[in-house]
Design a protein around this ligand. Structure first.
Ligand SMILES: NC(=O)C1=CN([C@@H]2O[C@H](COP(=O)(O)OP(=O)(O)OC[C@H]3O[C@@H](n4cnc5c(N)ncnc54)[C@H](O)[C@@H]3O)[C@@H](O)[C@H]2O)C=CC1
Ligand SMILES: CC(=O)[C@](C)(O)C(=O)O
Ligand SMILES: [Mg+2]
Ligand SMILES: [Mg+2]
Length: 352
């Protein structure tokens, strides 16, 4: 384990130096990893494991679009692609990558196939932490752990193909075999993680549910919409409002933050901008801190997980989600965004 100083707090992280792919392959050489669920994480994790030489199979519902997607991705029915129960039977490590809501309905089937010595793998602490709501209580004689990529499964695959890795957290809930740590770290490397930091199931899901409702997805849309609307109400054009709210951030400034931190981004802007940003950021922090505290309490109370289960267990949950995504897409701000994106030089039609 490498000891890394994170802003004054020294943490242990697993890097590929002390747990190289060869070691992961050795640990998993007698395992059959069954990836159940082929939505977003499923494809990324299964394909990366396959490319990393792990014996991995996929379990899916035969009459589903995701079965067809798995076939299109090269999984072979009857060889590496099976219906869910057959994959559960064959798997020695079950990667439970259905949606969090769907994991509830399928749990009785999964549990049947969790025989002694097998392992149950998640990519989120949701099902176990909120097991009073999900009913997911594993038998005591199997290993239970998680590897949670801190990013989309789509990025996990793209970055793997670019020779890069997405950071992941990992946690062990149950170590029945004495091999859980090696198994989970080997899987973390095999699915394409950059480095792995240790957490526990509760901390993973509390932080993840907070992050995705907060700065990563919910809050960012909220502040975009607020600033865009003020600019438009004050007479700025849609293109000027969108460029000043989103396009400059994603195309120019966020890559600088990613490269070398916030001060680096500020230092690469005008001194006028630096003065202003340094004067205003605490005001935004203080205005939003109460909302983040309310959000965290809503997560910790189980209200957010119950909301997710109730809505995402409905037969038409995907249609309902798509209706709201369509509303976002068709909002003036994101329509203006589509126009701005289309004007990017790289999106211009090449002259024949
Ligand atoms: N989406 C992401 O990038 C990330 C997801 N995770 C976690 O990974 C796990 C999988 O997440 P996603 O890939 O986003 O899931 P998803 O929402 O894309 O669903 C995965 C699969 O579940 C299938 N499914 C849905 N209902 C079903 C049912 N009733 N019976 C059988 N199959 C059903 C879907 O067809 C899909 O193939 C979850 O625990 C999630 O929290 C963790 C990190 C990032
Ligand atoms: C991509 C990710 O890490 C999220 C936002 O937590 C999720 O998709 O659940
Ligand atoms: Mg996440
Ligand atoms: Mg999440």
């Amino acid at each position: 384990m490498a000891k890394i100083n994170f802003g004054g707090v020294v943490e242990d992280v697993v890097t590929r130096e002390e747990f190289p792919l060869e070691k992961a392959q050795e640990v998993l050489k007698n395992e059959t990893v069954a990836v159940i669920g082929y939505g977003v994480q499923g494809p990324g994790q299964a394909l990366n494991q396959k490319d990393n030489g792990i014996h991995v199979i996929v379990g899916q519902r035969k009459d589903s679009k995701t079965w067809d997607k798995a076939v299109a991705d090269g999984w072979v029915p009857g060889e590496t692609l099976f219906e869910i129960e057959e994959a559960l039977e064959k798997g020695t490590i079950i990667c439970y990558l259905l949606s969090d809501a769907a994991q509830i309905a399928l749990w009785p089937t999964v549990k049947k196939h969790l025989t002694a010595g097998k392992a149950l793998y998640f990519s989120h602490g949701f099902g176990i932490t909120f097991n009073e709501q999900t009913g997911i209580i594993p038998p005591p004689d199997v290993d239970v752990f998680l590897v949670a990529p801190k990013g989309s499964g789509t990025s996990l695959r793209r970055m793997f193909l670019e020779g890069r890795g997405l950071n992941s957290s990992f946690a062990i809930y149950q170590d029945a075999t004495g091999k859980a740590r090696d198994r989970v770290i080997a899987l973390g490397i095999a699915v394409g993680s950059g480095y792995l930091f240790e957490t526990d199931f509760k901390k993973e899901v509390y932080s993840d549910l907070t992050g995705e409702r907060g700065t990563l997805m919910g809050a960012i849309q909220g502040i975009f919409a607020a600033q865009y609307q003020v600019l438009r109400d004050k007479g700025h054009s849609p293109s000027e409002a969108f460029n000043e709210t989103v396009e400059e951030l994603t195309q120019s400034l966020m890559p600088l933050v990613a490269e070398n931190g916030m001060d680096w981004m500020y230092a690469n802007c005008s001194t006028t901008a630096q003065r202003g940003a340094l004067d205003w950021w605490k005001k935004f922090r203080d205005a939003t801190a109460p909302v983040f505290k309310e959000l965290y309490e809503s997560v910790a109370s189980g209200k957010e997980s119950q909301r997710s289960i109730d809505s995402n267990s409905q037969p038409d949950y995907r249609e309902k989600l798509e209706e709201e995504l369509k509303e976002l897409r068709e909002s003036e701000m994101w329509q203006a965004g589509a126009a701005v994106r289309s004007l990017r030089p790289e999106n211009q039609p090449t002259e024949v």
